[in-house]
Design a protein around this ligand. Structure first.
Ligand SMILES: *Cc1c(COP(=O)(O)O)cnc(C)c1O
Length: 393
């Protein structure tokens, strides 16, 4: 979807614009390209919490190897679009009902996050006459990498600390309701450095190899998580996927891991297929600073507030001005883009430069396809929801 398509959407609209637009054709092309570059031994899963709308899942069905989910609700979302898509089920708080639901929905792999979860799953699976295929989720001792969010390499609620993995491997062997198929490590989020990500994977290979040798264990799966980043500060400088895949091929050739390597990416797959469009409804100045008020805000698009960043955007100028009085505007200035909520936290970009911005123009926030609508508090203040449009072709 190009700028022209966004302008087309705006044609003839009189109500203040507020919409999410998702480009499904772009999504398919993007993900096809990513998957094509991956070495043969690798699989690409989609972590659906980034965006779990049915049209998105549908578009990804033929182009990913499976979906990663973190609740029974997400399992049901996947099964509503496809009965057979492989599912990996993670999350630190799986209830008995969720574990039962996972078995009933034929989830392929359950990522076990604690000893208690392991024992409960075994107990439930045996009661149902089943054997659940599991990966142990590891919180590694060291993560050679800085990141915005860290789930591993420090004390967190996620996974099983590295030092306890040997005990849990041995415990799993004694439990007839589970079959240990490998390991899962998702330790960081939004990593932009391909070389650093390779170093991370090499470390994971080391860990998995050591456990296999020490416990005479054969594994089928090493799930290396998601966490491949999207550059919100400079959308033109994206993660060097091609170089990363070349490095990964070399790493696999050198280390010859005898299992499948699974990626479960969220953000990297769906961020750039989505746009959040909002109309500027007012512009004002306070103590020399300019503020643009938008029809929308963090109740639809919480990502910039959650990550404390200025979200990238483009201005879509519109010439229609229906009022018989002057149009509020700023020229060649910095402006703060504010939502319509009654809280000073409702800011999507702060003191960012614009050539010209007028009431009635629209702002298109880029990279809004992942962790946008789905992480937001839609009904705070009871404003109307944005229109949500899935464009195909
Ligand atoms: C959120 C999550 C992902 C996806 O993370 P991205 O940063 O969007 O790639 C993958 N695996 C697990 C376990 C997650 O919780």
């Amino acid at each position: 979807m190009n700028l022209q398509a966004l302008h087309q959407y705006l044609q003839g609209r009189t109500e203040p614009v507020c919409a999410y637009l998702y480009d499904l054709a772009h999504l398919r092309r993007h993900v096809q390209g990513l998957r094509r570059s991956l070495p043969d031994q690798c699989q690409l899963f989609y972590a659906i919490k980034a965006n779990s709308d049915a049209p998105i899942l549908q578009a990804l069905l033929g182009h990913t190897d499976g979906f990663e989910v973190a609740s029974l609700g997400e399992i049901e979302r996947v099964r509503a679009v496809d009965g057979g898509m492989p599912i990996a089920f993670g999350g630190p708080g799986k209830t008995d009902a969720e574990l039962e639901g996972a078995l009933a929905h034929e989830v392929a792999l359950i990522h076990v996050e604690s000893e208690h979860q392991l024992r409960r799953l075994d107990w439930i699976a045996r009661r149902h006459g089943r054997v659940a295929d599991i990966l142990l989720r590891v919180n590694p001792e060291h993560v050679p990498q800085q990141a915005t969010l860290r789930m591993g390499g420090q004390a967190t609620q996620f996974g099983i600390e590295e030092a306890r993995i040997p005990d849990l491997i041995e415990l799993a062997r004694t439990l007839p309701g589970v079959r240990l198929r490998g390991f899962h490590i998702h330790a960081i989020s939004n990593n932009l450095d391909a070389q650093a990500h390779l170093a991370l994977l090499e470390h994971y290979f080391d860990l998995a190899e050591a456990w296999q040798q020490r416990h005479c264990l054969t594994i089928d799966w090493l799930n290396v998580g998601g966490g491949i980043g999207v550059n919100y500060a400079d959308p033109s400088a994206s993660f060097a996927w091609e170089g990363f895949c070349a490095g990964l091929s070399a790493l696999i050739a050198a280390r010859r891991p005898a299992c499948r390597i699974v990626f479960e990416c969220g953000r990297f797959l769906t961020a750039d297929c989505g746009y959040y469009l909002t109309e500027v409804t007012d512009i004002k100045t306070a103590r020399g600073r300019h503020f643009a008020i938008l029809r929308g805000g963090s109740h639809h698009f919480r990502l910039p507030v959650s990550w404390q960043h200025d979200h990238p955007f483009v201005v879509l100028p519109r010439d229609v001005w229906p009022y018989p009085f002057a149009r509020p505007a700023v020229h060649g200035a910095t402006v703060t883009l504010c939502g319509e909520l009654c809280t000073p936290k409702d800011i999507l970009a702060r003191d960012v430069p614009v050539e010209r911005l007028r009431a009635g123009d629209c702002i298109a926030f880029l990279l809004a396809g992942a962790y946008g609508w789905h992480i937001s508090h839609h009904d705070f203040l009871s404003h109307p929801h944005p229109e949500r449009v899935f464009v195909d072709g």
